[in-house]
Design a protein around this ligand. Sequence first.
Ligand code: PEP
Length: 252
Amino acid sequence: MRRKIVAGNWKMNGSKDLAQTLVGFVRSRIASLDNGVEVVIIPPAIYVGDVIGHAGDELSVGVQNVGQWGSGAYTGEISAEMAADQGCQYALIGHSERRQIFGETDTVVAEKVERVLAGGLYAVLCVGETLQDRDAGDAEAVVASQVRAGLATVAPDQWQRVIVAYEPVWAIGTGKTATAQDAQAMHASIRGVLSEMGAPADEISLLYGGSVKADNAAALFAEPDIDGGLIGGASLIAEDFVSICRSVPANI
Ligand code: PEP
């Protein structure tokens, strides 16, 4: 079902203390929001238990990555089933840092999406073009290809647990944000690709990510095909993150 979602990706940041103070603060503030936004905290896996302990029913929790295997001799990895076992509901897959730093290919991303969905979690597939792609006029084609490849194995009854986060690589952690119009155009294009794939495209939540801050979130979230955001740096600042959650309009 298409929902309004704001997810905070802590990346490799945080501590037990942050899990207590930030999650406690966010939880207390979002309880009074009436815009229907679902707020998800995505800490490093080692702090998932701490975050869940402070999240209550108000917040959902996710992991930033899972292995593409069920279990076994994969030192350092965690599985989708383990994340679900701990109480997570979401998993990010194919974040640009995973693709660029850890060399995750579209094939690996698709395997991970398959694991996440089989494990009963929501898969948040991250896609986005580089500046080079955009300058070459290839942004929509690159993103369309990542969507098709990453979601190639989704079964008809699994689309309801698919979310796509459009995150232009040049906007992540740079302070540069896509204009609301450019972001909307890409989201509409992604919805078109999902429709061509036979997915119930109007039911799938599409999030924008890339230097979303308290002062630019409202313009992005006002666009018709943007159903919320994936927030990196600003999700580590409690007041800013709450302000971003508050920026989701009640009518999308
Ligand atoms: C992210 O990590 O997914 C992200 C969008 O980061 P930032 O908000 O810091 O650009």
